[in-house]
Design a protein around this ligand. Structure first.
Ligand code: SF4
Ligand code: SF4
Length: 181
């Protein structure tokens, strides 16, 4: 799926009023509502079917590493300063782009399990989490949202890719983990 001029208009209409900067620029943190308005949040029915990438990259920066990183050609952009667009049907939630995005701006969300959501995040702090360990779940602003169990950890290019169980209502809020030993 591609966005047309609408995305550009949204960014320059300040998430609301013409002439203002988008709210995430002044706040320094993107919100789920920002992502929805920019077409960057996968539909809930897609997340219910299994893991899918959420690209939280709302600025027109000159970067297209995720486009080349995806082995399934699920990410595209027309020019290098476009927003990355994900074809959520092509995305398998493999997490390759999570590891390779230099901005640590890509996550994978899976709402297919009955009781918990699975969220996959990049992690570049020591120590690395271990499978089975309880870790702190952090929001986009670094706030602790609770604890969750690590179910998968792998590494690529010195970035760990960590999948944690989180309460379903936090699936679009947990965006980092913190290991406290
Ligand atoms: S999670 Fe995998 S399939 Fe989905 S966009 Fe990223 S690299 Fe492509
Ligand atoms: S690799 Fe990351 S920072 Fe670069 S365009 Fe893709 S999502 Fe944005």
């Amino acid at each position: 799926m591609k966005l047309g001029g609408g995305t550009h208009q949204l960014l320059h209409s300040g998430d609301g009023m013409a002439g203002e900067s988008p709210s995430f620029r002044s706040a320094g943190i993107v919100t789920v509502e920002n992502l929805r308005r920019l077409g960057l949040a996968p539909p809930e029915n897609r997340m219910r079917r299994g893991p899918v990438a959420v690209v939280e990259c709302p600025e027109f920066i000159p970067c297209n590493i995720c486009v080349d990183a995806c082995p399934f050609r699920a990410i595209s952009m027309n020019k290098i300063t476009d927003l990355p667009r994900i074809d959520w049907e092509l995305c398998t939630g493999c997490g390759t782009c999570v590891a390779l995005c230099p901005g640590l701006a890509i996550f994978v969300v899976d709402l297919s399990k009955p009781d918990k959501a699975l969220v996959t995040v990049p992690h570049e702090f020591l120590p690395a989490p271990e499978v089975g360990e309880e870790v702190w779940l952090l929001g986009r602003d670094g706030r602790r949202l609770g604890k969750g169990k690590v179910v998968r950890v792998w590494e690529r290019n010195k970035t760990w890719v960590v999948t944690v169980e989180v309460p379903k209502n936090l699936a679009m809020e947990v965006r980092a983990v913190w290991v406290e030993r």
